[in-house]
Design a protein around this ligand. Structure first.
Ligand code: FRU
Length: 918
């Protein structure tokens, strides 16, 4: 996913999640509510009120725990709430004292605490919500005082001892009674707020109840308990029953009053609603009052109906509110859904706009691209048309060239015939044989080669123009191949090549044109012979494949083989592989393939470099594939053209380069190394140069290098295209080597391109001649280069210092001369200084050193050393005060007599006479 689409996705997700989260309140509060007991109606009412109020604050959540009248349980539950992470605690402590510590601690820890209904002993809390219990107790006493005129005994049924309402209500009630001396508290019991408990306690004192006129219970449940006990005792009608709470609903205080079970009740509001509103205020940081005292009033038979009505009304309204709330929730859900859809629509709209923009953008871009593509197309079309035109022109030009070559080739045949016929006569002449036999044979062989090439070209053109007619007849292929091989036997024997047809049967009849098939075999066998080394093999095998109705004739050799790219191109017209001496015209194999295709067959090649090649001739069996006019009843007559095979196969053998080695021939002063892979040209050059020079030869670059190191000739003539190592590489290597760097090199090549000449010069060739060259011109070049070398020699020779400044371009030779001279100078006093030591020092062989010094300095090493010794002696005699024997020693002579003799020979006077003359 790319970057813009990622951002787009993020944007959509954010927008959608925003729309979904909208319905949630900004703040989520967790309110803990710890109830001392939750089972009675009053406290259920309190919880309902809280829930009702909470429904208006959806963000706030209530965690509720009921301690079931057990203070320890309540402490434990509060701790659990704190662990849950409540934001605020509402607590109605079961007993004041035991709960004080946990409330104080919570408050001190920064968690707001709302104490409801009952209190602790401390005022470390955030807010108190509830009615004033002292006032309620007081209100009860006033009610009794105002409604009872005569003396009356009171029974007080109190709540749980230690719970704050019990204490406060008792106090308020007692204080209030002080105003009414007629009212006396006769007895008191603890009912622990619960009806069964109160009944139990009252039953215990049932004997004291007879004179009780009023029962004041701290809640309606305990008042009802007293009424029940009194009823059981049959004294219920004599007493008044007053309670606290006046809880609405079934079983509540209001109902008890309505049913006449109790007489009056002090309204004690639960404060559930107020506790929640205060909690929200605290958490929303809205001001609130620390003591939220709820109002109270007396309810008795006079106002209970009104209260009930009000309560009914409130209940109905409550239900309405609940219904509206449900409706509101439904509306809200609808609203949220609609808003979600709306948001999706907005997103979709935004996306539509964005994608629309993008689409528009890409449309315009596309238009631009299309326009440029159209332009490019047009350009390409133009170029294509141009190419078609050029290729048509090229085809025409090629065709014209080929036509020209064909025509010329035709023209060549007559003069060639006219050369060959008289040549045969000349060759037959014995006296001429002796004089010029060798040259005449050379002319004859090359004329035949030229004739074959001309014929091949003509044949190829005939095939191309469908003018070559197949004259197939049924012949014995075995004897045909054997006859063909026969002609190659002399050359294969000469090269020790195992040339054989490996086929046992004597007869294998097949339809082919003998003349054309002969050409094919000639090409394949001569090709194999060219590329197979001495002691190799060329085996011909035949597979008769009846199912395919085809004959497969394999010509397999173990010659140098071909690289894959060569095998794919080898049948292409004029394709030539750089293979040194064995290079062909690029016509033979192409023609052979065409000739086989004319037979409805083919030639395939399978070859691997350095492993050999197998050419496979495919020839269909029978004559079904041949047209009537392609067949002839009379077998073709093999027409040898000037015994072409006999002569032509000669050129496959290397001409043995004969260097005259007559024991009587005089030793020539200068030597030449000729590196040439064409045996005839090599022989020709040897013939030309051997009268005047000592000639060494090599037919490939590697041997050329070896010969150069071994003989250190005075000059090297080398072909550029050579097997194994090119003339340029040979030149570079020899010129970079101290042993041979001084030897002038002439490069010869048929490729006379300027680049090749530059390449040759770069490789430090001294001259570069292109073939065909004039022999005299080459000989002149050789002479001049050797002469120049002699001049250079003079320069190096310190004995005959020349005035002429000769540029020494060959730094390698200059360095050599310096090293050589330096070594001699430093070792002149050493009488054992000899050629071996110097050769070792300079890293050359004796011969190389000898030849190099001779070539560069024109003297032998001994001559040079002697000359330097005498020169130094002369200097010492002239400039230093040494005696003769000291000088003898200093210039490395073994004896003073010998020194004297040599000095005299050189300078005409003995050293002592010389000194005297000074
Ligand atoms: C309910 C109750 C009420 C009484 C109050 C005192 O549990 O007993 O009847 O008024 O608690 O805390």
């Amino acid at each position: 996913m790319n970057l813009p689409s990622r951002y787009l996705l993020l944007f959509i997700t954010a927008l959608l999640s925003f729309s979904c989260n909208q319905k949630q309140e900004k703040h989520a509060y967790l309110i803990g509510f710890s109830q001392c007991v939750g089972s009675d109606l009053w406290r259920k009412t309190m919880l309902d009120e809280m829930k009702m109020e909470l429904s208006l604050h959806p963000g706030a959540k209530l965690v509720y725990a009921d301690a079931d009248n057990n203070s320890n349980t309540q402490i434990k539950q509060v701790k659990e709430m704190l662990d849950q992470g409540i934001d605020l605690l509402i607590i109605s402590p079961n007993e004041a004292k035991p709960l004080t510590e946990i409330v104080e601690q919570t408050y001190s820890d920064g968690i707001p605490v709302i104490v409801i209904d009952r209190k602790t002993t401390s005022n470390l809390y955030t807010c108190y919500v509830g009615a004033d219990n002292y006032q309620i107790g007081y209100m009860a006493s006033q009610y009794l005082g105002n409604t009872i005129s005569g003396p009356a005994n009171i029974l007080e049924v109190m709540g749980l001892p230690g719970s704050s309402p019990t204490i406060e209500r008792n106090k308020g009630f007692n204080d209030g009674l002080k105003k009414f001396p007629n009212l006396k508290i006769k007895s008191q019991v603890y009912g622990d707020w619960m009806k069964p408990n109160a009944e139990r306690q009252l039953s215990k004192i049932s004997d004291q109840l007879n004179d009780i006129d009023v029962v004041f219970a701290h809640n309606d449940n305990m008042a009802f308990a007293a009424q029940s006990v009194f009823k059981k005792l049959g004294i219920a009608s004599q007493a008044k029953f007053i309670g606290i709470d006046a809880t609405p609903g079934a079983g509540g205080g209001l109902q008890m009053i309505s049913n006449g079970l109790i007489d009056a009740s002090m309204l004690y509001p639960t404060g559930g609603k107020e506790a929640i509103t205060t909690a929200i205020k605290i958490m929303d940081k809205i001001p609130f009052s620390k003591e939220l005292i709820l109002p109270s009033l007396v309810i008795d038979s006079s106002n209970v109906r009104l209260m009930n009505m009000q309560w009914e009304r409130i209940k109905t309204q409550q239900k309405d509110i609940e219904r509206q709330q449900t409706l509101l929730e439904e509306m809200e859900e609808l609203y949220n859904n609609q808003r979600f859809i709306f948001n999706i629509l907005v997103v979709a709209l935004v996306l539509t706009v964005i994608f629309g923009g993008l689409a528009y953008h890409s449309l315009t871009e596309n238009k631009k691209i299309n326009k440029s593509l159209e332009q490019k197309n047009e350009e390409i079309l133009n170029q294509k048309n141009q190419l078609i035109a050029i290729s048509a022109e090229a085809k025409e030009a090629t065709e014209a060239k080929l036509n020209f070559f064909t025509n010329i080739s035709h023209e060549f045949r007559t003069p060639l015939t006219l050369i060959l016929s008289p040549l045969d006569d000349l060759l037959a002449n014995e006296s001429l044989q002796a004089k010029a036999g060798k040259n005449l044979r050379l002319i004859h062989k090359n004329s035949i080669r030229l004739l074959r090439l001309v014929n091949q070209l003509i044949d190829y053109r005939k095939i191309e123009h469908h003018k070559l007619q197949l004259n197939a007849s049924e012949n014995n292929l075995i004897s045909f191949i054997k006859d063909s091989l026969e002609l190659f036997m002399p050359i294969s024997a000469k090269k020790n090549i195992d040339l054989r047809l490996l086929h046992k049967e004597r007869e294998l009849m097949a339809w082919f044109d003998m003349n054309l098939m002969d050409k094919v075999f000639f090409n394949l066998i001569s090709n194999a012979l060219k590329f197979t080394a001495e002691h190799g093999f060329i085996h011909i095998t035949i597979d008769k494949h009846e199912a395919e109705n085809t004959l497969y004739i394999h010509v397999k050799d173990n010659g140098i083989g071909m690289e894959p790219d060569e095998t794919t191109n080898i049948f292409n017209l004029f394709y030539q592989v750089e293979r040194g001496a064995a290079q062909g015209s690029g016509l033979g194999l192409c023609l052979s393939k065409e000739l086989m295709q004319l037979h409805k067959g083919d030639i395939l090649l399978n070859s691997k470099k350095w492993e050999g090649s197998t050419f496979t001739i495919m020839l269909p069996l029978g004559d079904q594939h041949l047209l009537e006019n392609e067949k002839t009843s009379s077998p073709s007559v093999y027409v040898p053209l000037f015994n072409q095979v006999n002569f032509s196969t000669d050129d496959l053998s290397k001409a043995e380069t004969e260097v005259p080695k007559s024991p009587f021939s005089y030793v020539k002063e200068q030597s030449l190394l000729i590196v040439e892979d064409n045996p005839e040209l090599l022989q020709y050059l040897v013939d030309k140069f051997s009268p005047d020079y000592e000639v060494f030869t090599a037919d490939n670059g590697k041997i050329g290098i070896q010969e150069a190191y071994e003989h250190v000739p005075d000059l090297i003539i080398s072909d550029v295209v050579l097997p194994l190592l090119s003339g340029n590489e040979l030149c570079n290597q020899l010129k970079s080597d101290i042993r041979t760097s001084h030897i002038p090199i002439i490069l010869l090549t048929a490729k006379g391109s300027l680049e090749q000449q530059v390449e040759g010069i770069k490789n430090m060739a001294d001259a570069y001649l292109t073939k065909p060259f004039h022999a005299e011109f080459l000989m002149e070049n050789v002479k001049t280069l050797i002469r120049n070398r002699l001049v250079l020699k003079e320069h190096y020779s310190s004995e005959f210092q020349t005035e002429r400044k000769i540029p020494i371009s060959r730094s390698i030779d200059k360095k050599f001369v310096n090293d050589f001279a330096g070594f001699i100078e430093n070792n002149l006093s050493n009488e054992d200084l000899n050629v071996d030591k110097i050769a070792k020092e300079l890293g050359l062989s004796r011969v190389q050193l000898y030849r190099k010094i001779k070539a560069l300095m024109g003297c032998t090493i001994s001559e040079y050393i002697l000359s330097r010794r005498l020169k130094k002696a002369k200097y010492l005699l002239m400039n230093e005060r040494y005696n003769i024997s000291e000088i003898t020693y200093m210039v490395g002579f073994a004896s003073a007599t010998y020194f004297s003799t040599v000095f005299k020979t050189k300078y005409g006077v003995s050293p002592s006479e010389f000194k005297k003359q000074l």
